[in-house]
Design a protein. Structure first.
Lengths: 543, 303
């Protein structure tokens, strides 16, 4: 919006496309870097983790394992760098790209409409349908911005003789990830026309994503049901088989879905009223004053949907880890290379426990992201002016922030217990010999880094409110990349100390280091306290 | 006497912009004061300082003897605030919002709340996000008035309300005064201020330029003089108190501050056929403060 009038002669319709493109391209490029780095890290680490032919052959044992394939998609050619990389990063990145695509699309369309900014565009020389189409074009630029760094980093890693992934295969992989983002952008655009709020559009999109993920799980669980894969968007991405086959046929339904969603959206946008939805929304609601007794109750009520959604994600993640632990552990037990990687992170056990210790790094990152969403919510409450309504009444500032942070801290605790418990349920169903106590400990072990992130977020919120969200997510991305680096190289470089994830042991592969955990929690608490003090002393800051 | 509002040298600077410059103000309990100023004059900045939402760069502010920056919670127990720009939680209904804000504020007069809902014709069953600007404003006005606070801080409270609702609002302010509540009404709707306020404070570019009753202000400010002469209009540029001279043939229009005598003497030789002097309306007073004199740099942030 900042340079709306700067173009002078620029047609308003173009302005929608350019503005949307600018807003989507920045996060797109950032995620592209994270995706590219993740893929590159898997590719580069393969050689050192599985140096011998025997260790590579041992990996192929998980090919055809139903539990694995149901969760991660078909596993092929695990004795090659390409096959291993496709398995390691494939489904994880595809789902992340889909979530990002959905969120960015609903923000740029329904979110802008909710905020009343869309009508500023529409009062210019454009129409409702045209503006929706141009926003779709702008989002397309965002998907391109995701593609470029994904491709460049994959190709750069692939150029090494030990990796050997060609630029064509790299481009195909990047296209698969970007296609996932693009499809869910299109779904987000359509959902923004169908329902009356961004929140509802996100729920609708998430339901489609979950449904499509389930379809492909069913398809991958039983070869006779493979055709079901063709029924949903995630299945199509899987049919592309990046790195392990590069079959372009599935781009046809992908392109058709994108075109159809955009075409229907443009038509709906030009027919419906601004602010209304194609599906009729209820006019009146029965008021429920449940929890609305004060600030703490309000916080719980406002954050409840987010907390429930994250809890579901974390339970599903823990369950997945648990379900595959036995098969993965057996495969890993025979690989000295991967043992070395896990040992670099501080593991002392082998087999199933080692595998869980390794993947719980992802759980730690997820819990930290979930906590960062709380910092986001805190800052948005202030930026949107909602906080004013409380602070002009007898609510002390320190109390408001303390309650919000306490909810965040409680959430960390809940999240970590859930991950551990869910992993135990999954592991127990596979008869893995990992006790509930040990996995609950492993779950609690991911809490300290998240608590530290919460504290840093609170400090930024107190000192530089407009930077708080960016810095908090930045700390997580940085820490995660450093963690990946630590798994790849033998080093005691001080840089590695900057990642809070590296200060906790990879439980359950090693005993939790509660002292280090207490340090992280202590530092986080001090940062949070400083954040509260700064917040009490500063001006409230608008957007 | 304990003042409802007292500020001393209250100042606020945003970066290099001086939004409020050394404000000295005293408002007695039970008084209704209008706080006038164009956009960016520092009205909202003053209110946000009084509420402790932003920190003063210099000076202090007290409400009923309690420091606004030191103990905002104690201050807020006696204050109700109605903002001009409403940002409520979009997922709550009107009823839920009133319930929540009432619980947090305390001292809600439930019968009065229901009466207000009735008088403003407010439908509380809808979600906040579906309300029009005017309905959102009604909601926040009801939330402010329902607590019967000792001091009402109103920041352009009728923006978005239709004329009928504006009238209901004015009635509510009058009733508040009758009950002994103090009202601080920041506005640029002059008719509203003229209708309900005992005293008026005028702010320009962050400075308080005038404060007093409307009658006092009229007395102190320029009279509009229209005259028709038989002869040509003499040179009035050196006549004390006379400004804004406009001459059209043998007709004269000018402004006079202070005594009329020098002007009458200057015109005496030209044979005055017709002379009318008019007291300025609040609108003219307002324009006199801003229209001609607003110099450069008179556009600080945060109205």
């Amino acid at each position: 919006m900042d340079r709306e009038n700067g173009g002078g002669e620029r047609r308003p319709a173009r302005t929608v496309a350019v503005t949307t493109a600018r807003r989507a391209a920045r996060p797109g490029a950032l995620w592209g870097i994270v995706f590219g780095a993740t893929i590159a890290a898997s590719a580069v680490s393969y050689d050192s983790a599985f140096p011998t032919a025997a260790s590579r052959i041992s990996l192929t044992r998980i090919e055809g394992n139903t539990a694995f394939e149901a969760l991660f998609g078909p596993i092929r050619r695990m004795d090659t760098v390409a096959g291993y990389t496709a398995y390691k990063s494939g489904m994880f990145l595809i789902v992340l790209a889909a979530i990002w695509g959905l969120l960015v699309a609903t923000r740029q369309l329904r979110g802008e409409e909710d905020a009343g900014r869309w009508e500023l565009f529409l009062s210019g020389r454009t129409t409702r349908g045209r503006a929706a189409f141009d926003a779709a074009l702008g989002l397309g630029v965002g998907a391109m911005a995701l593609w470029v760094p994904t491709f460049v980093l994959t190709a750069a890693a692939g150029a090494s003789s030990r990796v050997g992934i060609g630029s064509g295969a790299s481009a195909f992989l990047a296209s698969s990830v970007a296609a996932s983002a693009l499809m869910f952008m299109a779904i987000g655009i359509l959902a923004s026309q169908l329902v009356p709020t961004r929140h509802d559009a996100n729920l609708l999109g998430a339901a489609i994503l979950a449904g499509s993920y389930l379809l492909r799980m069913v398809a991958d669980a039983d070869p006779r049901l493979a055709w079901i894969r063709w029924l949903g968007p995630i299945g199509w991405i899987e049919e592309l088989r990046p790195l392990t086959g590069s079959r372009s046929l599935a781009f046809v339904p992908i392109a058709a879905l994108v075109v159809a969603c955009v075409a229907i959206s443009v038509r709906l946008a030009s027919r419906r009223d601004l602010g209304a939805s194609a599906l009729r929304a209820r006019d009146s609601y029965r008021s429920r004053t449940f929890l609305l007794r004060g600030q703490a109750g309000l916080t719980l009520r406002l954050t409840r949907p987010v907390i429930v959604a994250w809890a579901a994600v974390l339970v599903a993640t823990g369950l997945v880890f648990g379900l595959v632990v036995q098969a993965a552990g057996n495969a890993l037990a025979t690989s000295p290379g991967i043992q070395k990687v896990i040992a670099r992170l501080g593991a002392t056990s082998a087999g199933a426990a080692a595998y869980l210790g390794f993947v719980f790094v992802y759980a730690a990152a997820l819990v930290a992201i979930a906590v960062a969403s709380q910092i986001s919510a805190i800052r948005n409450e202030e930026a949107a002016g909602h906080l004013d309504n409380l602070l002009v009444r007898p609510v002390a500032r320190w109390r408001w922030l303390a309650v919000r942070l306490a909810v965040g801290a409680g959430f960390v605790l809940l999240a970590s217990v859930l991950v551990g418990a869910a992993a135990w349920v999954g592991a127990a169903s596979q008869h893995a010999s990992l006790g509930l106590g040990r996995l609950l400990e492993a779950g609690l072990n991911v809490a300290p880094p998240a608590a530290f992130v919460l504290g840093i977020g609170a400090l930024c919120f107190g000192l530089w409110p407009r930077w708080a969200i960016g810095v908090t997510y930045g700390v997580i991305v940085w820490s995660f990349l450093v963690e990946i680096l630590a798994a790849l190289v033998n080093s005691n470089h001080w840089l590695l100390d900057t990642s809070p994830f590296l200060h906790v042991t990879p439980a359950p592969a090693a005993a939790p280091d509660w002292r280090a955990g207490a340090w992280l929690v202590g530092l986080g608490s001090i940062a949070a306290l400083a954040g509260v003090v700064s917040f009490v002393r500063r001006d409230l800051a608008g957007p | 006497m304990e003042m409802a509002i007292r500020t001393q040298g209250l100042s606020k600077t945003f970066g290099r912009t001086r939004a409020l410059i050394s404000l000295d103000l005293a408002v007695a309990p039970g008084e209704v004061i209008g706080y006038l100023g164009p956009n960016g004059a520092g009205k909202t900045t003053t209110l946000r300082l009084l509420l402790g939402l932003i920190r003063a760069t210099a000076g202090r502010a007290e409400i009923f003897g309690t420091d606004c920056q030191e103990d905002p919670v104690a201050v807020h127990q006696r204050v109700a605030y109605v903002p001009g720009e409403v940002n409520l939680w979009p997922s709550l209904t009107g009823e839920e919002t009133l319930h929540l804000l009432g619980r947090i504020q305390g001292n809600v007069d439930e019968a009065y709340r229901d009466e207000l809902i009735e008088r403003f014709g407010f439908d509380r069953s809808k979600k906040v996000r579906t309300y029009s600007k005017g309905n959102r404003q009604k909601l926040i006005v009801i939330a402010g008035l329902m607590s019967r606070a000792d001091l009402l801080l109103l920041d352009e409270p009728t923006s978005g309300l239709d004329p009928l609702m504006e009238r209901v609002f004015r009635d509510c302010v009058r009733e508040a005064r009758e009950r002994g509540q103090t009202v601080f009404l920041s506005s640029h709707i002059l008719a509203e201020v003229e209708a309900v306020c005992d005293r008026i404070a005028i702010l320009r570019a962050g400075r308080l330029v005038e404060i007093g009753t409307l009658a006092e202000m009229r007395h102190l400010s320029a009279l509009q003089v229209d005259a028709t002469l038989d002869g040509s209009v003499p040179d009035l540029s050196r006549v004390p108190g006379v400004s804004a001279v406009q001459v059209e043939g043998n007709r004269l229009r000018c402004r006079v501050v202070g005594s009329m005598e020098p002007l009458v003497a200057a015109l005496a030789q030209a044979n005055v056929r017709h002379l009318v002097s008019t007291e300025p309306s609040l609108e003219e007073l307002f324009l006199a403060y801003y229209g001609d004199e607003s110099g450069p740099g008179a556009d600080p942030d945060g109205s």
